[in-house]
Design a protein around this ligand. Structure first.
Ligand SMILES: [Zn+2]
Length: 440
């Protein structure tokens, strides 16, 4: 299966699986459905009103305590890493994971049940090419607890992992190329393991109501307790690799690179994914043409002012360079020392206020929304800003490229956009902006 890795894949038909949720101990059934190209992996909560879906993307990552939890609004899905690892390693890019609970079945604590499920459903090739993340230069993240993840350029997706328990007990090492065949044979059967000293507090916190020796290996001192004997002498490092693959799936692209991991855990895995997502954002911004078009394609200042009511000194976009498809727009603003805000921000050390960059994002995004609504009777109002980060200062003389992408539209009422400002090929600020449409 998945013999054409350069194309996207989904499952051939719906297949289902039921079992027990690890944390709540409740019964849960899970269905894997085919999904169209570009859909990615989304979890659907069939048990909730309106059956909300949650995108398996790093932006939706909520917690990493022992397992990986994603969510949007108040909706959560816990322990997504094993099902994501199986989908990603078996080459499934697009699928709906429908569940009637907040967590997939734990099965035997490995990814084996999900590999079986995917094989039952089949993997079929789709028409669109695959999206890759190619590692171009070394990146790394580390934690105070000694976890270290290094990402190196490689033509293949490889993982070299060192696992070590307390006092370096059960130190194990494995290096492999991640392919569907290797995953199925070497990684998928490896089960979750816990240290005895960690189990009691988890039980006290009610974090593992469905936990038993049937779905986890318990390590106590030198002894290994489980219902079934170890499946591999180095089962622990194999499960660590499984978790890395599952967490890295939150990038939403196939990785071409070599992950070198020392004592990895969900928290550092997630941090690496965040770093990859930031780098991807930077690259996408670079890929946009920066030439100033005349006439078609972009909008000059006059045209911008026909759409936006803002005027000097509050017009924060000079031109629209272009639109990409229906959902993307790039604007430009040249910042000069004559901007009035430099007088007070700060005398002798002029720095563009971050809020003015957010305003610039809002203005560019509202031009995109204006184009989308295609009607002049409604106007988009800037409602809220989330996840706003200012990464680098902006100085007089800088040219800001303002990118906005529509990420979600609910009916005709609400729209969510992801925006970022770029100066000299570096992201200087970013944020998620929400808009509401009202009649004029
Ligand atoms: Zn795991």
């Amino acid at each position: 299966m998945a013999s054409t890795p350069e194309f996207q894949h989904t499952v051939g038909k719906t297949a289902s699986l039921s079992g027990t949720a690890l944390h709540t101990g409740e019964k849960v059934s899970l269905k894997l459905h085919p999904a169209p190209v570009g859909y990615g992996i989304k979890f659907k909560r069939k048990d909730l009103q309106d059956e909300p879906t949650i995108d398996a993307k790093i932006d939706n990552l909520k917690t990493v305590e022992r397992a990986t939890t994603i969510g949007e609004g108040s909706v959560r899905v816990h322990t997504v890493e094993h099902v994501l690892a199986a989908l990603s390693a078996m080459g499934v890019d697009n699928a709906i994971v429908e569940m009637d609970a907040n967590e997939p079945p734990i099965g035997d604590g490995s990814a084996q049940p999900y590999v079986d499920l995917i094989k039952k459903a089949g993997v079929t090739v789709q028409e669109e090419p695959q999206k890759f993340f190619d590692v171009r230069e070394p990146m790394h993240v580390e934690s105070k607890t000694g976890a270290l993840l290094v990402l190196l350029p490689d033509e293949k997706f490889r993982i070299s992992c060192t696992q070590a328990g307390p006092n370096n007990r059960f130190t194990q090492f494995l290096s492999m190329e991640v392919t569907p065949t290797a995953f199925e044979r070497e990684i998928a059967p490896a089960r979750t393991f816990v240290y005895y000293e960690d189990v009691q507090p988890l039980m006290d916190k009610n974090l593992i109501k469905g936990g038993s020796l049937e779905n986890a290996i318990v390590v106590r001192g030198e002894a290994v307790l489980s219902k079934e004997p170890l499946r591999f002498a180095d089962e622990f490092v194999r499960h660590k690799i499984l978790d890395i693959i599952g967490d890295l799936a939150l990038v939403g692209r196939r990785l071409r690179g070599h992950v070198v991991a020392v004592k990895p855990g969900h928290a550092t895995n997630a941090e690496l994914v965040r770093a990859l997502a930031r780098e991807q954002t930077r690259r996408s911004a670079m890929a946009v043409s920066r030439a100033m078009p005349a006439g078609n394609g972009g909008l000059d200042t006059d045209e911008v002012m026909k759409i936006l009511p803002h005027r000097y000194p509050f017009l924060m976009v000079d031109r629209i360079i272009g639109f990409e498809g229906e959902n993307k727009i790039t604007g430009v603003k040249s910042i000069t020392i004559n901007e009035p805000f430099f007088q007070g921000h700060f005398p002798g050390h002029p720095v563009m206020p971050g809020v003015m960059q957010v305003e610039a994002m809002a203005q560019v995004a509202s031009i995109l929304l204006f184009k989308l609504t295609k009607t002049s009777s409604r106007v988009g109002y800037f409602m809220s800003a989330d996840q706003v980060k200012f990464r680098k200062p902006v100085f007089p003389g800088d040219t800001i490229f303002i990118h906005a992408e529509l990420t979600r539209a609910r009916g005709n009422r609400l729209a969510k956009t992801k925006c970022h400002c770029v100066v000299n090929d570096a992201v200087v600020s970013e944020g998620e902006l929400m808009f509401t449409f009202l009649d004029k």
